[in-house]
Design a protein around this ligand. Structure first.
Ligand SMILES: [Zn+2]
Length: 55
């Protein structure tokens, strides 16, 4: 996955925080361009299923 705004590889962006939920973990990341994205990481495969840019 890459940043929707600048194309920076999302794996290299800074993790702001991670929260455990019933579905897995919700991880907030902030890109070098300032965009914040949310990843849902599940217990099953531990990879991001969906992301959303929120800022
Ligand atoms: Zn970016």
């Amino acid at each position: 996955m890459r940043c929707a705004l600048c194309g920076w590889p999302r794996d290299e962006t800074a993790v702001l925080s991670t929260h455990h939920t019933s579905e897995g973990w919700v991880r907030y990341r902030r890109c070098a361009c300032g965009a914040v994205s949310i990843e849902l990481v599940t217990l099953d495969d531990r990879r991001a299923l969906r992301t959303a840019v929120v800022a």
